[in-house]
Design a protein around this ligand. Sequence first.
Ligand SMILES: [Zn+2]
Length: 247
Amino acid sequence: MARGDYVLAYYAKGYHYVARVIATFHESTLATNIWGANEDTGNTWEYMYFLTKPVKIDAPAYWIAELLGLNESSLLYQGFSRIAGRNREAILNTCGSVQDFVNLLLDYEDGGVPRELHITGRTPIAADLEELEETKRTKTEVYRILRDTLLARTLKEMYQNQCQICGESLHLFDGTAYSEAHHIKPLGKPHNGPDTAANILVLCPNHHVLCDYGAIRLDSDELHVHPHHSIGEQFVNYHNEAILNDQ
Ligand SMILES: [Zn+2]
């Protein structure tokens, strides 16, 4: 699977959710650190797929079969399967494109990709890597950088690149949205902040600089915070006590 591909959740004789692939990773060390490994086989979930928030649909298999002119038995997907061969051909012949097929499932008639399935642009990551350039790159550091970049990217996607302070999102020439990940308690010496979600804010470049230079005070109650993200109060306090330059 690749970024932009559609993913359909099939169970109880029908399609029930549709989502798109945001990113894919093949990284067994990261997977083992997150989920562990099977004690007997040593296997882990090393192929990772990040999806847009699944959109609920209700498309029974008999309805799809009728639409595509297929037997219902040819739509009984199990496990992780790719829609290929005759089924794929039937989709293209009947609907014209995968997008039109998905839009039919969503009952979406405006053409193009529905808003809830938009993938925010590939966020440039140079700013994050530069930040990490300062940390010592030992062997284990490679995994920290990978994890941190993944984490930062995941958070940026979560916020759709909107600044947690002002709510603004920058758009580049090609429409790509841009934001930066700020470590509230900075990584590296002398602060030694952790690279965890609780220590990261997604910010516009202006607010990133203002935070880096301690030009503004942080107030947890004023931040835009996603329900799946919680900011560590200890890091906010650290910013206000050790970083803030209010003289
Ligand atoms: Zn901002």
